[in-house]
Design a binder for this molecule. Structure first.
Ligand SMILES: [Zn+2]
Length: 453
């Protein structure tokens, strides 16, 4: 039994259905669950934390990532290229990935995410060169080690250059190889129970790197096994042109024709949907992972998030791969969502609280969970706390939540599943210097393999 009382929080922004915010409020945590939220909670607790300077938010949920890309972070500043040539430059380098690199980069990326207030992260690993038999296993072990809730997806590519796709032969697999490994990792790791720390998804990569047959067979397997589906869609105008040339339809229409517009699907990006696409996404209950920093870094465009929300589409936030962000920083991504929507659609397009809702309730919906995303009794105990007595918040007393999101703050404490993983802004169980050294060593090995070091 573990119990913590977060005592007298200066503000609790619950992100419940009503958007309730309450001052001078306690949060009682027992055995990984939020037991009670309110003033003057009584009872015995193993630990009490004085939260009079802290604002408490539900832990942030990252819905799209490629953690291995932290090994090629800011890779020669991405050479200022859009997605297709950017990928063609990086695929051959990523083809050198090995299991140790996957383990090290997953640890480093998740550690950085946790330090930014992320308590649940998805990942989309889609590069499986020879020797990749246990990549997902290494990721799950790394996530357990960091202590974060983890939704790894078994990604895949089966359409290489020789068949008209974008990736080289060295990083694609056959449909049989992909599906048998998918079945294996679902059986080994997927936990459908409330409070689950690991859930698996299946994630063929994108229209220009997978065949329609792989999309269909992945969906069949996911639905038999009761796991969710994920992919990239409508990220760039190049992809839109590819889809129309190859299939005669928009990327989202292509998804629809493959049985991929459905409530068990969340798609990354959706920067360039048509009006019909938006209607199709909304009507089918498909969710979107919005990745504003990545879309801006690669010059892909600005997703119409306000339209999505007005149409009733669930939208989560994703930092996306660290070669196209290049930070694993969810607090910053919330601010980016505010900025991106306001640049696209005007100053009223994205209030701060709407952006925080994307990062919490929106993310929970995208990942198919109703046990995370808000601070309410009965929800999993994933809480992030920011210290409002810091210089970064000074002068922001009129709206502390906005001051935290828009200022240059990082959390002082992060709790996942009722366990403190960040305290006083530092990882409790890991040494940043060790993670950094191992990550730099792995990155150098990867670049050396590609003849770049
Ligand atoms: Zn991505």
């Amino acid at each position: 039994m573990t119990s913590i009382l977060l005592e007298g929080c200066r503000l609790v922004a619950s992100m419940d259905d009503a958007g309730a915010e309450s001052a001078d409020t306690d949060i009682a945590i027992r055995d990984g669950w939020i037991d009670e939220v309110g003033p003057n909670v009584s009872g015995e607790f193993e630990r009490r934390v004085d939260c009079r300077n802290f604002i408490a938010l539900p832990g942030f949920i990252n819905t799209h990532h490629h953690l291995y890309q932290t090994l090629t972070r800011a890779f020669p500043e991405s050479r200022g290229q859009p997605l297709f040539p950017w990928l063609q430059q990086l695929y051959p380098i990523w083809a050198g990935l090995d299991q140790d690199m996957v383990a090290v980069s997953t640890r480093a990326g998740l550690a950085e995410l946790v330090l930014s207030g992320c308590t649940t992260s998805a990942d989309h690993l889609y590069v499986f060169p020879p020797g990749s038999e246990h990549f997902l296993d290494a990721q799950v072990e790394a996530a357990r080690d960091i202590g974060v809730r983890f939704h790894p997806t078994r990604g895949s590519m089966d359409l290489s250059v020789k068949d008209g796709g974008l990736p080289p032969d060295s990083v694609v697999q056959s449909i049989d190889e992909i599906l048998s490994d998918s079945e294996r990792v679902i059986a080994a790791y997927h936990d459908p129970a409330p409070g689950a720390m690991v859930r698996i998804g299946l994630a063929p990569c994108s229209p220009f790197s997978v065949t329609p047959e792989l999309m269909k067979q992945s969906a069949d397997l996911a639905r038999r096994a009761g796991v969710r589906l994920h992919t990239h869609i409508a990220e760039t105008l190049d992809e839109d042109a590819y889809s129309r040339a190859e299939f005669g339809v928009s990327p989202v229409q292509l998804l629809s024709s493959l049985g991929w517009l459905a409530p068990d699907v969340w798609v990354a990006h959706c920067v360039h949907p048509t009006d019909n696409d938006v209607t199709g996404l909304a009507g089918s209950g498909t969710s979107v992972a919005h990745c504003p920093t990545s879309n801006m870094l690669l010059g892909s465009g600005l997703a119409p998030v306000r339209r999505f929300l007005d149409a009733g589409i669930s939208v989560g936030l994703g930092v996306d791969g660290s070669a196209s962000n290049d930070a694993n920083d969810m607090r910053q991504e919330v601010k980016q969502a505010v900025l991106a929507a306001r640049v696209r659609d005007g100053a009223g397009a994205m209030p701060v609280r709407d952006a925080v809702r994307l990062a919490t309730r929106g993310g929970a919906a995208a990942l198919g969970r109703n046990d995370i995303g808000s601070i309410e009794a009965g929800k999993a105990a994933d809480v992030v706390m920011f210290d409002t007595s810091t210089l970064a918040c000074a002068g922001g007393e009129q709206d502390l939540l906005a001051a935290v999101v828009l200022g240059a703050t990082q959390p002082t404490m992060v709790i996942v599943n009722g366990k403190v993983v960040v305290e006083e802004g530092r990882l409790v169980h890991h040494d940043d210097e060790v993670l950094t050294r191992l990550q730099n060593e792995a990155s150098r090995r990867l670049l050396t393999r590609a003849g770049l070091d």
